[in-house]
Design a protein around this ligand. Structure first.
Ligand SMILES: [Zn+2]
Ligand SMILES: [Zn+2]
Length: 444
């Protein structure tokens, strides 16, 4: 059974809570095996570890939390590519034991032909020799990527990017925690690097804000002048679980909304110091250029974003001015800068900063859920349709043959905390009415 390739995609496993195995084959005998559920135990690794005997023929397995369901664990096995000589082909593939997560970006004008050409080149180079996973976006504005790289290949990744003439000054920003962050590689050409509705042609992208190193940022923020404005350039759902003290945190769910709010906030502050930060710096590079192009003089941003600041704090041992988690757009959905837990579970109100997507594919609502609620509501948002969906789809073959259903909610309805919280409490109310025991039900 373990050798049946391509039975399910990872997404199917996650969203349908099927107890299957997943064996995915990719070219050159490179195999990624993910056995999420039937070997899972709920709260400890012990039961699953006993089952490793079932995987006797697999060379390396290790335990990892299922990223969306941190209370569960799965056995994960990674094999590296086995491409060389025929004698080596029979040898056991080398397991990739450690990966590092990096982000990088560069605003460099590219023609659409050059962007397409680079997409092909990077896809080829990143995939096989380097075994990179993650997302890389190219556009007429430049490049933006978040990738997971085998720790033995980080130098080669840097050299590859710097060997492209347009990106020779690109900076790689290393993440703080290196859990599995991506499962596949996607390299695409898109219209904009960051979707803000402002074309790079309408602003002077070279008019960049002043870049402060994490140390400079830390010292300036420690004694901010009273007329200074500190803006969190991220979405509200990101800043909910972590932010710099005293930052203005706009209630927005997209970057184009953020740009609008920023323009309102800075009105009449042309001479005042404006500080801005985001996850890795790319959004501030764009937003800062918009302000500088509009005549604002004193605009400063955090170089490398919160990710770089987190690394600085760890190294320096200074008390962090950022509290909580740094939200990330990969499977980790955040890395802790401090141990403070700032968010609350949308379903029961207890302190939690663990974001999840509803396990029903058609819902995909994005919200904070504590471990107890995840078990209680079957990893869903609590909508009866989602629970039914998750509980009734148990046949893997049925899933693979059924076409993908459209998502029930629009982007804002899925991500806006206000709307999602309201819907979740209505769901709970409705279900409690039908099943009065639900509100007090004990979690096993
Ligand atoms: Zn809860
Ligand atoms: Zn749902």
């Amino acid at each position: 059974m373990l050798t049946s390739p391509g039975l399910l995609t990872t997404r199917h496993c996650r969203s349908r809570r099927i107890p299957p195995l997943l064996v995915r084959r990719v070219p050159n005998q490179s195999v990624i095996t993910n056995i999420p559920r039937f070997l899972c135990s709920r709260s400890s690794t012990a039961a699953s570890k006993e089952n490793t005997s079932l995987l006797g023929h697999l060379p390396t397995t290790y335990m990892t939390p299922v990223w969306r369901f941190p209370h569960r664990w799965c056995l994960r096995t990674l094999y590296s590519t086995n491409t060389s000589t025929s004698s080596e082909k029979n040898a056991q593939p080398t397991p990739i034991t450690e990966r590092c997560t990096f982000s990088f970006y560069a605003f460099v004008p590219l023609t659409s032909e050059r962007a397409i050409e680079l997409r092909k080149y990077l896809k080829l180079q990143l995939k096989d020799p380097l075994q990179i996973l993650g997302r890389v976006y190219l556009s007429e504005e430049g490049i933006n990527g978040q990738v997971s790289c085998p720790s033995t290949q980080t130098v080669q990744l840097r050299e590859l990017l710097e060997s492209i003439p347009e990106f020779q000054h690109i900076t790689l920003n290393e993440a703080i925690s290196h859990q599995t962050s991506f499962e596949k590689l996607v390299v695409t050409v898109r219209k904009q690097l960051v979707r803000d509705g402002v074309s790079i042609r309408d602003i002077d992208i070279h008019q960049q804000p002043e870049y402060l190193s994490p140390a400079e940022w830390h010292s300036e923020l420690s004694s901010l002048p009273s007329n200074a404005l500190l803006i969190d350039m991220r979405n509200n759902y990101e800043s909910t679980i972590g932010h710099f003290q005293n930052a203005v945190r706009p209630e927005v769910t997209t970057f184009s909304e953020e740009i609008q709010v920023m323009k309102d906030l800075v009105q009449g502050k042309e001479e005042d110091p404006i500080y801005m930060y985001c996850t890795g710096g790319i959004r501030c590079s764009k937003a800062g250029a918009i302000l500088k192009s509009a005549g604002f003089r004193d605009v400063k941003m955090l170089r490398g974003g919160i990710t770089a600041y987190g690394r600085f704090i760890r190294k320096s041992g200074l008390p962090s001015l950022y509290i909580g988690k740094n939200f990330t757009f990969d499977q980790r959905l955040g890395e802790a800068i401090t141990n403070d837990v700032l968010g609350t579970c949308y379903q029961c109100g207890t302190q939690s900063d663990q974001y999840v997507n509803c396990a029903s594919d058609q819902c995909n609502t994005f919200f904070i859920q504590c471990t107890a609620c995840a078990i209680k509501h079957h990893d869903t948002c609590g909508d009866q349709r989602c629970i039914d969906d998750v509980l009734t789809h148990t046949d893997p073959l049925e899933i693979t043959s059924s076409p993908k259903q459209p998502t029930r909610w629009q982007h804002t309805d899925r991500k806006h905390p206000h709307i999602v919280r309201r819907r979740i409490s209505e769901n709970l109310e409705r279900r409690t009415k039908d099943n009065p025991g639900l509100a007090t039900c004990q979690i096993a």
